[in-house]
Design a protein around this ligand. Structure first.
Ligand code: ARG
Length: 454
């Protein structure tokens, strides 16, 4: 049996190497379930238009449902000899439904099927991704509560800056991921699924037939939209690029989190105790506990950004309408989806088990530099000093302490008053501590954002 869906106008056999090169079955088999949905809707429309008899409709629906149940049970085996999943399912329907299968592809094109299939894939993956993302957010929120009111070192330029609450620190990542959450929700709301574009010029079937057939499936009904431009429909992959962009932003956030945790767990910082279950050792150096999970997340950024750029570049010069180049959007799409989902799953478990090294953090909190800004702010707020002057006074104080190798809090009142008349030990003791530092800030509230679950 010829496994291709075309061939009538060809005299020569397809070159074997070229056949292997052009086929997509090895990856687009992941779209099998959605391709069956397209066929079920299409059969419904063909029957409504009386192009199929009742018997033919029953035979096709029966065959398609059998295939669907195999897919759902994980028993579906794709035929690697086929060009793509659309041809494979067409052939399988033929084996089960006989002659009626000759009418399955009436007035339709794989160009229409493939967009439908990919949109359904993206919708399904959206649902899974948003679940995993909320799960990670829950763990971040819990961790912020576990360590509520615990002080942490805030950095800018990777230099010690000011004292913050650990909850403020970790909730900053919560905020980033919340925005990703909102981006995903908006993306889903805007995703429109069409059917009936033909190869590019539309279909002689009335959209009413499709609308009626679609009412069998709730998910599709919500997203079903009137087809206003069949040419745009079969030739756009904006929805793939949009989804990949959101995944790339999530990836960027996960990578930043990972980098922070890698750094804070080194012996140079030593603020975090990473869960051993997600680390590996060295085959040579017995002492090593390497943050491999975090490194792999950081490293996967190349793959996830690459996927986005791959599809953007594939699309950039394509003339209207469908071109075979577009087949190449699937591997990058699948790769990004699978990578980000895995990362979200593991990151939630990782955060749950993450621990702070309290003693080391407390030790770091003794660093007087961390309170320089608070001294300057005190002079401004309580003593009416101009900020530029306050900045200068504290700068000189820090310089004195470094040059003379003396702690600011050990400088005598007499000497302190030469920096500013109102400076004394009592004031410095009040200002140079973590509690004062965080409580003096009115805009940092460390609130857990509201997660409206979808
Ligand atoms: N495998 C193709 C793809 O992924 C399906 C559409 C093929 N259409 C065609 N006219 N060759 O884009």
């Amino acid at each position: 049996m010829d496994k291709k869906m075309w061939g009538g106008r060809f005299k020569k056999e397809i070159d074997k190497d070229f056949f292997e090169f052009q086929k997509s079955i090895n990856y687009d088999h992941k779209l099998a379930e959605y391709d069956v949905y397209h066929s079920l809707i299409h059969v419904g429309a063909l029957a409504a238009a009386e192009i199929l008899s009742k018997d033919e409709e029953d035979a096709l629906v029966g065959a398609l449902r059998e295939i669907l149940s195999q897919i759902k049970k994980g028993k579906f085996k794709f035929d690697p000899e086929c060009e793509d999943i659309h041809s494979d399912i067409q052939n399988k329907v033929k084996e089960k439904a006989g002659k009626a299968a000759l009418k399955l592809h009436t007035l339709r094109s794989r160009n229409d099927q493939v967009v439908f299939d990919e949109k359904m894939y993206v919708l399904t993956q959206y649902i899974e991704t948003i679940k995993l993302l909320s799960n990670l957010l829950e763990e971040i929120f819990k961790k912020s509560q576990d360590y509520e009111k615990r002080y942490f070192i805030g950095y800018t330029h990777t230099q010690r800056a000011q004292v913050v609450y650990f909850s403020d620190y970790i909730l900053a990542y919560g905020q980033m991921l919340m925005r990703d959450y909102d981006r995903l929700v908006k993306f889903e709301e805007g995703l429109k699924i069409h059917i009936g574009a033909g190869a590019l010029a539309g279909s002689p079937l009335s959209p009413d037939y499709y609308r009626r057939a679609i009412s069998i499936s709730g998910v599709i009904r919500k997203h079903f939209g009137e087809l206003s431009s069949p040419m745009d429909h079969v030739s756009s992959r904006d929805f793939v690029i949009e989804f990949l962009s959101i995944l790339a932003i999530i990836q960027m956030h996960l990578s930043r989190m990972s980098e922070d945790m890698i750094m804070y767990s080194t012996r140079e910082f030593d603020y975090l105790d990473l869960p051993e279950e997600f680390c590996t050792g060295s085959s040579l150096m017995p002492h090593k506990k390497n943050a491999d999970f975090l490194e792999l997340v950081r490293g996967s950024t190349g793959k996830v950004y690459g996927s986005l750029f791959s599809v953007l570049t594939t699309m950039k010069g394509l003339p209207l309408a469908y071109n075979r180049d577009m087949q190449l959007d699937k591997e990058p799409l699948f790769a990004s989806v699978e990578t980000v989902k895995d990362e979200l799953t593991i990151m939630a478990k990782f955060i749950k088990k993450l621990k702070l090294k309290k003693d080391n953090i407390d030790n770091a909190l003794k660093d007087e530099h961390l309170y320089a800004t608070e001294i300057a702010e005190f002079l401004v707020m309580k003593k009416g000093v101009a900020f530029k002057d306050a900045h200068d006074i504290v700068g000189k104080l820090i310089r004195h302490s470094e040059e003379k190798k003396v702690k600011i809090q050990n400088i005598s009142d007499k000497l302190l008053s030469t920096f500013h008349k109102d400076l004394n030990k009592k004031i410095l003791t009040k200002v140079m501590n973590p509690k004062y530092a965080v409580l003096s800030k009115k805009t940092a509230k460390s609130k857990i954002p509201k997660l409206k679950l979808h």
